[in-house]
Design a protein. Structure first.
Length: 185
């Protein structure tokens, strides 16, 4: 029997249990970027971005979308580049990285950027100008495009590292089970 005033180390640790997280920091923030991308109305390519400081604190989040406050039903969401720019989504859509940078409240120097699609050259210029230190991306489906090749050159010239992140099927399955369990309660 433990006495009420017995505060020895062995008695104070009786309620300690081993704990761990199912996700590492990279997975955690990439899943947030994926969730942000889900908000995008773009019918072809949904992109989410999360910017994080060196202490694993989220600085900002964004997704590809239009200018705040405009009627998005008036935007031509098609991606046919053979029609004039005014009839393409590219004339109106703000990329996820640009939205995240524009919503950031503080300095981005030294930050890590989690993005679902490798940044284009325009976003690379913006991120490099803000002195981010690393890009972690989920997909590089436009790796052979001129915009992506230029983006990689910008990152190399700016000493910004970049690397892909692969989420395991087991992690995604575990998360799916967990989310379904949450809504059943």
């Amino acid at each position: 029997m433990i006495e009420k005033n017995d505060h020895s180390e062995s008695n104070l640790r009786v309620n300690y249990v081993p704990v761990n997280s199912k996700l590492n920091w990279d997975e955690y923030f990439m899943l947030q970027a994926m969730l942000a991308s889900y908000k995008s109305k773009d019918p072809n390519t949904k992109v989410g971005c999360v910017i994080v400081d060196e202490h694993h604190h989220q600085i900002s989040m964004g997704y590809n979308g239009t200018i705040a406050g405009i009627d998005e039903t008036l935007i031509p969401w098609g991606n046919n580049r053979e029609v004039p720019l005014e009839h393409q989504k590219y004339g109106y859509v703000i990329h996820g990285e640009a939205n995240a940078v524009s919503h950031a409240k503080g300095n981005l120097a030294g930050a890590r950027v989690y993005v679902t699609l490798f940044p284009c050259n325009e976003c690379a210029k913006l991120l490099a100008s803000h002195r981010v230190k690393e890009i972690i991306y989920l997909s590089d489906k436009y790796a052979e495009s001129q915009e992506t090749r230029i983006a990689k050159k910008i990152f190399q010239m700016s000493n910004i590292s970049y690397r892909p992140l692969t989420l395991s099927e087991a992690s995604l399955d575990s998360l799916s089970v967990y989310l379904k369990m949450l809504i059943k309660k």
